[in-house]
Design a protein around this ligand. Structure first.
Ligand SMILES: [Zn+2]
Length: 504
């Protein structure tokens, strides 16, 4: 994500400066031993993926989605499991106390006042038999499903969840405004089981508090025919049914599934390296600009880090007051940025969100405990977009006038007491402190790393990191390991100095 509100003043000053410059049943042990070697690094093949099949009807008056989710789950962990855990993110929107916005943002988040959004799970079955479950955690945002008998390593089960989702009038990731219905973090999604066990963090108001595994998705949604739908994955079928359209969508190797609907969307597309780029917009002039930025960004990052591995990427103007937000194959951009006087900010945010397709989308990480990992790489990638597209001078201007200046300002005027970048979301004072440290100081560190390693080694590091953790989750240790291995020197001291990172 990228918050726009804190950047407003600063970006306006950049605008002035830049304008003048511009121009299946396999046992765990077997799964883990399948490896290939790239750049001298062992690359384990992707584990067997879980499959989500979700079928829902959208009621445009009540703004309710009703349907079912079928999950083919395979235990690829190294232990048997007695229960499975899911996030029920919409439940965070049930109550004003847990809704994931800071107090100061509530008027922007709910311009017509607060109303609840939520998800109700009606029943859960395993291979046709009912299962017991509990809804728990802060804001009832965790679902624990008891499996009756342990699921052994390598075993598979089929789960079916009947559920309904009420979408709230909120201009955030999940909600609706005057123009769009933003359908993100909306269905029961499996929690990640990692070395620490199940990750059951709530939906924090700071950052993008998500962490998920890559899976395969098939989503069918029945909508009134007036709606145009942007989405993760590809549309493989559109059928007319009594004045409605059933959209059948498929997303392979994606870590989440998001959609956005509007009765007013216009859509244009372009292509780069066999990837279709779509721009969903309301304002002709800037829909086109966004398409061009997204296309250039995909070209630059594909060349620099490794090829964008999907057939499509959509950038959608949305009722989203926060700037921009990334999901696999689709990003949401605040539609109020599609204006002449904001077009430089629009470009910056689109480039940032597109970079997230590499850092978050393809290479995932725990965005609650180690948000810096994808955000710093993404913010640095945004600088790289300016460098590759407009030249080093432009990159330097953006770096100095946005990142360094804002970081210094904050450090000096807000009397920063704790400059630790690598910390959990709820350990930041507010979004501003989070942004200054995770984005700006994080990007400063990556820029310094490049300077230290030299271009050849630095870009080799990034390519190996991308290759090795493609469709997986990486952590800070993994990133350090790749840096040190490729550079063939110790860099831990730099991570400690810049991020205040200490291995737990
Ligand atoms: Zn971001």
């Amino acid at each position: 994500m990228i918050k726009f509100s804190y950047r407003k003043k600063l970006l306006l000053s950049i605008v002035v400066i830049t304008l003048t410059l511009s121009v299946v049943g396999v046992k765990f042990s077997v799964i883990e031993t399948m490896t290939t070697i790239i750049h001298g690094e062992k690359i384990p093949k992707t584990k067997q993926l879980n499959n989500y099949t979700i079928t829902v009807d959208f009621d445009p008056v009540e703004r309710i989605l009703t349907g079912e989710e079928n999950i083919k789950y395979i235990n690829t962990e190294n232990t048997s499991l007695n229960a499975l855990y899911f996030h029920l993110y919409p439940n965070a929107f049930k109550d004003e106390k847990t809704t994931p916005f800071e107090k100061s943002e509530m008027d922007l988040a709910y311009p017509k006042g607060f109303e609840s959004g939520y998800i109700k799970v009606h029943s859960i079955q395993k291979n046709g038999d009912p299962l017991n479950y509990v809804v728990m955690g802060v804001g009832e945002s965790i679902l624990k499903v008891h499996l009756n008998e342990p699921l052994e390593v390598g075993e598979k089960i089929d789960l079916k969840l009947d559920f309904s989702v009420k979408i709230p009038p909120s201009c955030g990731r999940f909600g609706y405004g005057e123009n769009t219905v933003n359908i993100a973090n909306w269905y029961p999604i499996l929690s990640v089981f990692d070395k620490k066990g199940w990750n059951l963090e709530p939906y924090y108001a700071i950052g993008d508090p998500f962490y998920s595994d890559v899976a395969n998705y098939r989503v069918e949604i029945l909508m009134p025919q007036e709606y145009v739908l942007g989405h993760t994955g590809e549309c493989i079928k559109k059928e007319s049914i009594e004045g409605k359209i059933r959209w059948t969508l498929e997303g392979k190797n994606v870590r989440d599934f998001a959609m956005i609907a509007s009765e007013r969307f216009k859509v244009i597309d372009d292509e780069i390296d066999e990837t279709k780029i779509y721009s969903y917009y309301f304002n002709d002039q800037f829909g086109d600009l966004v398409l061009g930025v997204a296309k250039d960004a995909v070209g630059i990052f594909s060349q620099t880090y490794g090829e964008y591995p999907y057939k499509q990427l959509s950038v959608a103007a949305s009722d989203f007051f926060i700037g921009g937000m990334e999901y696999p194959n689709i990003v949401f951009i605040d539609e109020s940025l599609y204006k002449e006087e904001r077009k430089e900010i629009l470009e910056y945010i689109v480039a940032h969100e597109v970079a997230h397709q590499w850092w978050y989308g393809v290479v995932g990480n725990d965005q609650v405990n180690e948000a810096w990992l994808d955000e710093a790489l993404t913010e640095y990638s945004t600088l790289l977009y300016y460098e590759k597209k407009y030249g080093v001078k432009m990159e330097e201007q953006v770096y100095k006038n946005l990142i360094v200046r804002y970081y210094n300002n904050y450090r000096d005027h807000k009397k920063m007491k704790n400059d630790c970048v690598c910390r959990k979301l709820n350990k930041f004072k507010d979004s501003q402190e989070y942004q200054v440290l995770v984005y700006y100081k994080g990007a400063m560190f990556i820029k310094d790393l490049r300077k230290q390693l030299g271009d050849e080694t630095f870009f080799q590091v990034m390519k190996v990191y991308f290759d090795k953790y493609k469709y997986k989750n990486a952590n800070t240790e993994d990133f350090i390991h790749v840096c040190e291995k490729v550079a063939n020197k110790s860099l831990r001291g730099d991570f400690r100095k810049w991020l205040r990172y200490d291995k737990e």
